[in-house]
Design a protein around this ligand. Structure first.
Ligand code: SF4
Ligand code: SF4
Ligand code: FES
Length: 270
């Protein structure tokens, strides 16, 4: 067993400060274990959110030594994130409003989610009410369905972090780019969400830095497999001159997402 000092953010939206706690760390434990031990022995009022302790509920997101991480999936002996012998700094996610200590208000994300029209399948392909899809088509969207809504990708995205410092449009963030991709690339879906992506979720603000992909605990290739193909669909729709002429003559698909739009604050932190 080793003694380790944790520097944990304590406070609410009005004021706060880092406080140090030293605790015993035994072999194989994760940061969330240490937070629970500190709660049990030194700081019973320390707030942190968690549910599964298995990397599946997406609740325990925080910043550990400045890196967006799930606390339950960060082992104390993982030297990529924890330097042996040094103080471990644990803070709440910076992109969302602070509620208390390590708990942030991520409800803005659920409002963005509500703006995305749900799955609407085409008519069944066979008389028995079933559809036909290739395995390749199924595999393509399966990756996106692994998302646990931890919002670490939203936390690290510099557009979401900085946009309260600029005048500008709302940005939906990487989690919702892949949510749209999971629906739009579904072989049975019939809804057109390209207008929503361009005009409301503002996919154009993403400059493909790939920071979101780097922090995703489910290893979803957010940028390569989700955002870039969706950007290409937007470009095809709005900027391909031949398709533009075609649209002028024969009309463009109706943007069904517009009726789902609602007034949302531009930024996650407001
Ligand atoms: S790649 Fe795009 S969505 Fe991902 S962090 Fe960078 S700007 Fe944000
Ligand atoms: S895409 Fe990855 S990082 Fe983003 S919310 Fe889903 S699981 Fe978390
Ligand atoms: S407690 Fe569920 S992901 Fe960490």
């Amino acid at each position: 067993m080793a003694q380790v000092t944790f520097r944990i953010w304590r406070g609410d939206k009005d004021k706060g400060e880092f406080k140090d706690y030293t605790t015993e760390v035994s072999e194989g434990v994760v940061v969330l274990d240490c937070i629970h031990q500190i709660q049990a022995t030194q700081a019973p009022d320390l707030a942190c959110r968690w549910n599964c302790k298995a990397g599946k509920c997406g609740s325990c997101s925080a910043e550990i030594n400045g890196r967006p991480r799930l606390m339950c999936m960060t082992r104390m002996d993982d030297t990529r994130y924890i330097t042996p012998g040094e103080t471990v700094i644990v803070e709440p996610m910076h992109t969302f409003p602070l509620m208390k200590d390590l708990v942030t208000d991520v409800s803005w994300n659920y409002k963005v989610n509500k703006m995305i029209p749900p799955f609407k399948p085409r008519k069944p392909d066979a008389e028995d009410g079933t559809w036909r899809m290739t395995q390749e088509e199924v595999d393509r969207v399966q990756e996106f369905r692994k998302c646990i809504e931890c919002f670490l990708c939203q936390d690290v995205c510099h557009v979401l972090r900085d946009h309260d410092k600029k005048e500008g449009e709302m940005f939906g963030g990487p989690r919702f780019m892949i949510r749209v991709a999971s629906l739009d690339m579904h072989p049975l879906d019939t809804v057109d969400r390209i207008g929503l992506l361009k005009n409301t979720l503002n996919i154009g603000l993403c400059n493909i830095t790939k920071c979101c992909t780097e922090v995703c605990p489910e290893h979803i290739h957010i940028t390569d497999n989700g955002i870039i193909p969706m950007k290409e669909r937007v470009v095809d729709r709005y900027y391909d001159p031949l398709l533009w002429i075609w649209g002028k003559i024969f009309g463009t698909p109706k943007d069904e997402s517009s009726k789902q739009r609602q007034s949302l604050p531009l930024v996650a932190s407001k």
